[in-house]
Write a protein that binds this ligand. Structure first.
Ligand SMILES: Nc1ncnc2c1ncn2[C@@H]1O[C@H](COP(=O)(O)OP(=O)(O)OP(=O)(O)O)[C@@H](O)[C@H]1O
Length: 283
């Protein structure tokens, strides 16, 4: 039984993450200038917008991987704008990472164990209380195998992560983030470079996580994916939030359509516009 009712009005859901007055400049360029942003609890929220809209910068700021010039935000009722990324992750807000070259040289299982993260005092505990450290390590290893089985990567546990296909890497990134037991999972372009055969499986995993009560925030360019799984959509353009709401309403909003058309970037939205024009002329 789902922990939340995903069909309920997403905009009515209580926010798990709220940001205000978020500003990030790079040498005079205003990359992010967000007055207000909310991520509804227990829902799947897509952060979309044309290239250079400020989506990744916003992601990095919220997760503590970059510092804003201005702004504050809270997660689960707690002010976190001053916290570094590892503290934010420990509170339950975890973002996925692309498999870098360095991580590619580790086994799939070791990648998972890295996702468990260092607990406070881990080094000290390892030195002074090796038996409790070993017990924690065994528990993490067991959880890693469970998650690898869930994401059909268990047969690959001993393989180098670099040997995985594009889709399997995305599965590993998701599984690794789940090692930290997030309540808010942040996915940066989870479907990028994934072949169609694995896309459905990845989408089903995201939907299943939502149904288990995990809030998902993801950046995505593919509008089919957004329409398919998002309960709520936030649209950015030129660093600002220009629209938000249910996918069906937001994706036909004139400002959103203009922003995408201006970027000559998303043919899918053009199809929406064509369909909308056809509807108008038929009525
Ligand atoms: N480290 C940086 N130094 C200078 N400018 C940056 C830096 N990071 C981002 N920018 C600029 O900030 C703006 C927003 O970039 P950002 O990557 O957040 O956009 P995005 O919406 O994620 O784009 P894309 O969809 O192409 O990934 C862009 O103009 C970009 O060139």
């Amino acid at each position: 039984m789902p922990a939340v009712d995903p069909t309920a009005n997403p905009t009515a859901a209580e926010p798990i993450l709220t940001a205000d007055g978020l500003v990030r400049r790079f040498n005079g360029l205003v990359a992010v200038d967000v007055d207000h942003l909310e991520v509804p609890r227990g829902r799947i929220t897509a952060l979309i917008g044309p290239n250079g809209a400020g989506k990744t910068t916003t992601f990095n700021l919220l997760a503590g991987f970059d510092r804003p010039d201005e702004g504050r935000w809270s997660f689960d009722g707690r002010d976190i704008h001053h916290l570094p990324a590892h503290r934010i992750a420990r509170l339950g807000m975890v973002r996925t990472f692309q498999l870098t070259r360095v991580l590619g040289r580790l086994s799939v299982l070791d990648n998972m164990l890295l996702g468990a993260g260092d607990q406070p005092g881990e080094q000290l505990r390892r030195a002074l209380l090796p038996w409790t450290w070993r017990a924690a390590r065994a528990e993490a290893t067991e959880r890693a195998h469970e998650l690898l089985a869930r994401f059909t990567l268990d047969a690959k546990a001993g393989d180098l992560a670099a040997s995985l296909s594009g889709g399997q890497r995305k599965l590993l990134e998701m599984a690794r983030a789940l090692m930290a037991r997030p309540t808010l999972l942040m996915l940066d372009e989870p479907m990028a470079g994934v072949n169609p055969a694995l896309t459905q499986s990845l989408l089903d995993h995201v939907l299943a996580l939502r149904d288990e009560g995990i809030t998902v925030l993801f950046v995505e360019h593919d509008m089919h994916v957004v329409k398919h799984i998002a309960d709520h959509v936030i649209v950015m353009a030129d660093g600002r939030v220009i629209a938000e709401g249910a996918p069906r309403e937001v994706l036909t909003d004139d400002r959103v359509v203009d922003a995408y058309l201006g970027s000559h970037h998303d043919t899918d939205l053009r199809q929406i516009i064509a369909a909308r024009a056809a509807e108008r002329s038929a009525s």
